[in-house]
Every structure is written in C-alpha cells, then in structure tokens.
Design a protein around this ligand. Structure first.
Ligand SMILES: [Zn+2]
Ligand SMILES: [Zn+2]
Length: 96
C-alpha cells in the first residue's frame, strides 16, 4: 500500500492525495511533476528508477487508509542529480 506522502521531497510543494502533480518511483520517492520530469529528467535521484503519476486513492478508501502526514523534505544536490540523470535518462527503465 502506498504511503501517499504529502509533499515534494525536493521543493516541498504540497502534494495531497488528490493532486495530479505527484510522481513516484518504485520506492515511492515522491516529487512534483516539475522536479520529477524537468529537474531530474525522469530519473529518480535516489534510486535512478523512473517515475510514474501517483494514483489517487478514492475518497471512501482514504478515510479508512489515510494518506501519510509525515513530510519528507530533503532537497537533492543538483550537481549529483544532474550526473545521475545524464547517466540514466536515455536508458530504458527496464535496463537501468
Ligand atoms: Zn518539486
Ligand atoms: Zn527512487
């Protein structure tokens, strides 16, 4: 089950459950679309995997299984992230 983290780990933008801006990697590293696709070029700066749009938990379910309220805000070192993106962005996620 996804935690549904409440914010972008890099820029701290709010990403509530109903946001269509939230992107996650397979480890649920969570970023806004701008950070995931423009800053990190669809390469997760932590695990080098790709991102997909986070699904929205339906309203009935979010009552029973609430979204996380634990904010994780750890801006990435841009120089390192840039090297990581450059290394992996042209390699299909299947082959990373
Ligand atoms: Zn962001
Ligand atoms: Zn990741």
């Amino acid at each position: 089950m996804l935690e549904i983290r409440p914010n972008c780990e890099h820029c701290n933008k709010d990403l509530p459950n109903t946001s269509t801006e939230a992107m996650i990697c397979s480890f649920e590293c969570t970023y806004c679309k701008t950070c995931a696709l423009e800053v990190f070029e669809n390469v997760c700066p932590s695990c080098s995997g790709n991102f997909i749009e986070r699904p929205i938990r339906p309203s009935k379910m979010i009552e029973k299984y609430p979204a996380s309220i634990q904010r994780l805000f750890k801006p990435k070192e841009l120089e390192k992230a840039r090297i990581n993106s450059k290394t992996f962005k042209n390699i299909h996620p299947k082959k990373r």
